[in-house]
Design a binder for this molecule. Structure first.
Ligand SMILES: O=C(O)CCC(=O)C(=O)O
Ligand SMILES: [Fe+2]
Length: 331
């Protein structure tokens, strides 16, 4: 009998296997597309310029220092992440609004080696959809709680925008630190695994609905990137270490794909939206089937639409001809 040397990473998720790496497929579009359908993700090891990732990570380190939840780093390396000093988290900005306000993703994706990588991958320029989560997850406070944040697919919440989830570890994320765990090979049939619950909103996917042998993760390092199919079930695993888990999740697609319009609301009614960006103004119809959503994915109807979307609001719109199919905020 084999000796179990590793402790399971979770009390709940069956011990995950290693993610595949897809580095060898870069340059072979047909093979990449096949893996995207078959595996439901691309994991590229050590492909992002580490100096660029370190510059991005510095925004997280600065904020953790401002919050006084880490000791000042000085010149020390932060590639293995930073230790939580135990200070109160009562006022901690869990969605990292102070980092979000600075939009550090814009200078990151403009870095030459980062842009080069995604251009080579897509054989096209990347289009960055400004839906970004900045995560600096502290150690889990109540360790009697589950390690599973909530198993979900992003697809059902963003119909009509065929982007790829782009999850970027900013420092080492080992089994104790937790991070993203996904179910391989469950995206190709585009099945919504969320149970239907009364009232129409979706609950988390049940653990028993994912075959136990599908779970995958790895020890992520700065320089790695995970792109994930919208139909791949996944969850974050709680942080059981004494360090912060640092990551950014973003959404990306190739410029030549059907990119959404990103701009600001110029005019809004229950039946139409006028959106303005560098390309000019554009008017689109809204009908009862248009998925006009708020920050937590609820569909808005009637006056809730004009209460939520004001002139100037930043907006992302998927469309067919002159009809908006999805209207959503960046967060
Ligand atoms: O980083 C995490 O904890 C979860 C990320 C996630 O759900 C996503 O990027 O869609
Ligand atoms: Fe997600």
């Amino acid at each position: 009998m084999a000796t179990q040397l590793m402790t399971p990473v979770s009390d709940d998720i069956p011990t995950p296997s290693e993610l595949k790496t897809h580095n060898h497929l870069i340059g072979d579009k047909a093979a990449l597309d096949a893996a995207w359908e078959q595996d439901g993700y691309w994991f590229f090891r050590d492909v992002l310029d580490k100096a660029a990732v370190a510059r991005l990570r510095q925004s997280w380190i600065d904020e953790l220092e401002t919050q006084k939840v880490i000791e000042p780093v000085g010149g020390a390396s932060t590639e293995k992440s930073v230790r939580y000093n135990g200070a109160s988290l009562a006022a901690y900005p869990f969605r990292m609004e102070p980092i979000a306000a600075k939009r550090p993703w814009t200078s990151f994706v403009a870095e030459q080696p980062i842009n080069d990588f995604f251009s080579r991958l897509f054989q096209d320029d990347p289009f960055w959809v400004p839906v970004v989560e900045y995560r600096a997850t502290p150690p889990q406070q109540d360790r009697s709680k589950s390690r599973i944040d909530g198993i979900h697919q992003d697809g059902p919440y963003s119909p009509g925008i065929p982007f790829r989830i782009c999850w970027i570890p900013l420092a080492e994320i080992n089994a104790e630190i937790g991070g993203l765990v996904l179910a391989e090979g469950m995206a190709k049939d585009r099945i919504n695994y969320h149970p239907k619950v009364e009232g129409g909103s979706n609950g988390s996917i049940r653990l028993e609905d994912i075959p136990a042998d599908r779970w995958r993760r790895t020890t992520y390092q700065a320089g790695d990137v995970l792109l994930m199919n919208l139909w791949t079930p996944h969850t974050g695993l709680a942080n059981r270490s004494d360090r912060f888990r640092l990551s950014m999740d973003h959404r990306v697609m190739a410029k030549g794909d059907k990119c959404p319009i990103v701009g600001n609301v110029e005019e809004m009614s229950q039946n139409h939206i006028v959106v303005r960006n560098a390309g000019g103004s554009r008017k689109l119809r809204i009908d009862p089937d248009t998925y006009v959503r708020n920050t937590v994915g609820q569909k808005l109807n009637g006056t809730d639409i004009t209460d939520f979307y004001k002139a100037g609001s930043e907006v992302i719109i998927a469309y067919d001809d002159d009809r908006a199919s999805v209207v959503r905020p960046p967060h």
